[in-house]
Write a protein that binds this ligand. Structure first.
Ligand SMILES: NC(=O)c1ccc[n+]([C@@H]2O[C@H](COP(=O)([O-])OP(=O)(O)OC[C@H]3O[C@@H](n4cnc5c(N)ncnc54)[C@H](O)[C@@H]3O)[C@@H](O)[C@H]2O)c1
Length: 349
């Protein structure tokens, strides 16, 4: 597979390292509107061809697939352009800015018969795959209740850089730049983490979104800081299980932590993304009477990057695909709607 990497910012380095380590994949070219960044990226990853626009790259020919690692607002237009040129697409999350656009992308990929994948990164975490197996085999009984969180703190400390001056953080805070806030940035990951583990999609929700003051006039340069920073949700799944899901960029003390607890009629399960494989523990059988939890061993799992390369090689579809991401996108649209229509109840003084 001759792979074109579109966008050469922070996350593109993870793509280049992962795809570059897969037999049969050649990092054939890269594109960025920032030429200096693209040239440094090409030198770092041994890429020969550098382009200023996707259109130039496509008209040069010579590519089988793209890894779309542009900011969220660009995913729709650029993936559609690449698919129109016959390229398979591995797109970053969220697939689009709206559910409607995500649906168009899914339909276009199906009509063209192209491999399509979405980088729901935490599918690569062994603990998540193990949790899905355990729950699917009925080991904790019927799932009744769950609690899921995605906690980051890049708005309260500088471990990943200065959010107030760096473009890669500022576009995430501005809806006019295509951000759907914490919902699209990390919400999709935790929606997938919970629903993939439990094996049932979200059917109904309530949601509360919050944008906190961060700069004078809620603006820095061209960026209006209006995207949500925290979201709180209750969700009922198709299976009837219900739970709470929340995410924040203000979770001081957490850099990048996903946490899921699932409670079934015969046992409980808890997973995190921490460590190379994540962690998983279970409380089942007689352990329920003493609330004793047992850590389970884990082995590495196939990654999304490997699944995409294999899908292109064999012509067989992969998961998670555009259809998977489109279902998650529907949850984002529903969260905005739920936040808008559900009245708040004042507490009596
Ligand atoms: N799956 C994950 O775990 C994960 C983690 C981080 C980021 N992401 C996603 O990856 C994407 C990129 O995020 P990032 O952190 O690398 O952002 P970034 O801002 O660091 O990089 C984006 C790059 O795209 C370039 N770009 C902008 N418009 C372009 C265009 N028209 N053509 C070509 N290049 C263009 C920018 O110049 C920049 O270099 C986002 O969609 C983000 O949500 C996913």
């Amino acid at each position: 597979m001759r792979l074109l990497i579109l966008g050469t910012g922070a996350m593109a380095n993870t793509h280049a390292t992962a795809f570059g380590g897969i037999d049969g994949v050649r990092l054939a070219g890269c594109v960025d509107i920032d030429r200096t960044r693209a040239e440094a990226f090409a030198a770092r990853h041994g890429i020969d061809l550098v382009f200023d626009t996707l259109t130039d790259a496509l008209s040069s020919g010579g590519f089988d697939a793209i890894a779309n690692v542009t900011p969220d607002a660009l995913h729709f237009r650029t993936s559609m352009e690449a698919m129109a040129a016959g390229l398979h697409v591995f797109c970053e999350k969220p697939l689009a800015v709206t559910h409607g656009d995500a649906r168009h992308m899914t339909e276009a990929a199906a009509q063209a018969g192209l491999i399509n994948g979405v980088n729901l990164t935490y599918r690569n975490v062994a603990a998540l795959q193990r949790a899905r197996e355990i729950i699917g085999q009925g080991e904790i009984g019927e799932v009744r209740h769950f609690e899921a969180s995605y906690l980051q703190s890049w708005l309260t400390q500088p471990a990943w850089g200065d959010w107030a001056t760096e473009e890669k953080w500022l576009w995430r805070l501005s809806s006019k730049h295509g951000s759907t806030g914490v919902l699209g940035d990390v919400g999709v990951h935790i929606f997938d983490f919970a629903t993939y583990a439990i094996g049932s999609d979200i059917r109904t929700i309530t949601a509360h979104l919050k944008t906190f003051p961060k700069a004078p006039g809620d603006r820095i340069g061209e960026y209006d800081l209006d995207a949500n920073d925290s979201m709180l949700m209750t969700a009922e799944l198709g299976s009837g299980a219900s739970g709470v899901i929340h995410a924040s960029r203000f979770a001081t003390g957490h850099l990048n932590d996903l946490h899921l607890q699932v409670f079934g009629t015969h046992g409980g399960l808890e997973i995190t993304n921490r460590g190379d494989l994540g962690s998983i523990r279970i409380c089942s059988g007689a352990e329920r009477e003493t609330a004793t939890w047992r850590d389970l061993p884990l082995s590495p799992v196939v990654t999304n990057y490997q699944r995409f390369a294999e899908a292109v090689r064999t012509g067989r579809p992969m998961k998670p695909d555009f259809a998977t991401a489109t279902r998650l996108q529907a949850v984002i649209d529903a969260a905005f709607e739920a936040h808008r229509v559900i009245p708040r109840t004042e507490i009596a003084s």
